[in-house]
Design a protein around this ligand. Structure first.
Ligand code: GDP
Ligand code: MG
Length: 163
């Protein structure tokens, strides 16, 4: 379990869709954790002869904005602790939200490699909309469609270089 890729981001950006795509045909190695890890899913993925663990985060309890944000903050902090690489998923159809900004601020303080993954780029007409995500201040952006799989190969080519 030395190569760990954590998928973080606010709800509904497509984290679980990406997780399922990366781990498809492979069964989750660990399913139920207690406490704070209850809503994390661990699966195995493979790319270019590299095996790695993928962690999906989410399933937040959205009783109030405070609980919501605290839960996301906690997931991001755990990811910063345990991951080799962090995939920060954002949504090209919504642009940058306040929660995205908050997560980005936390991630900028991490020394772990962070990939800004602009999801839901299902067609090329959305490329111009993706440019705004450079302003998160986390470097290069990687545009993908978790639904079709487009762009995920280019992303993984770069991710595995950090193993
Ligand atoms: P999560 O809350 O971040 O785990 O997001 P989900 O993976 O549950 O996805 C939220 C919604 O976005 C679902 O309706 C997905 O079908 C949709 N979705 C995820 N990836 C894509 C994508 O690449 N393109 C489009 N158009 N929708 C997507
Ligand atoms: Mg999810």
């Amino acid at each position: 379990m030395s190569n760990i890729v954590a998928i973080v981001g606010r709800p509904n950006v497509g984290k679980s869709t990406l997780y399922n795509r990366l781990t498809e045909t492979r069964k989750a190695i660990v399913d139920d954790f207690s406490g704070v890890t209850r809503d994390r899913h661990y699966g195995v993925a493979e790319w270019l002869n590299h095996q790695f663990t993928v962690i999906d985060t989410g399933g937040y309890v959205a009783n109030s904005d405070d609980v919501f944000e605290a839960a996301i903050r906690e997931q991001v902090d755990i990811a910063i602790e345990e991951a080799s690489v962090i995939l920060f998923i954002v949504d090209v159809t919504t642009g940058i939200t306040d929660l995205d900004d908050e997560i980005a601020t936390r991630l900028r303080k991490s020394s772990k490699p962070v990939f800004v993954v602009v999801n839901k780029l299902d067609n090329n007409s959305q490329v111009a909309d993706s440019m705004v995500f450079y302003s998160l201040g986390l470097g290069e952006i990687y545009s993908i469609s978790s639904m079709t799989g487009s762009g995920t190969g280019e992303l993984l080519d770069e991710v595995v270089k950090h193993f």
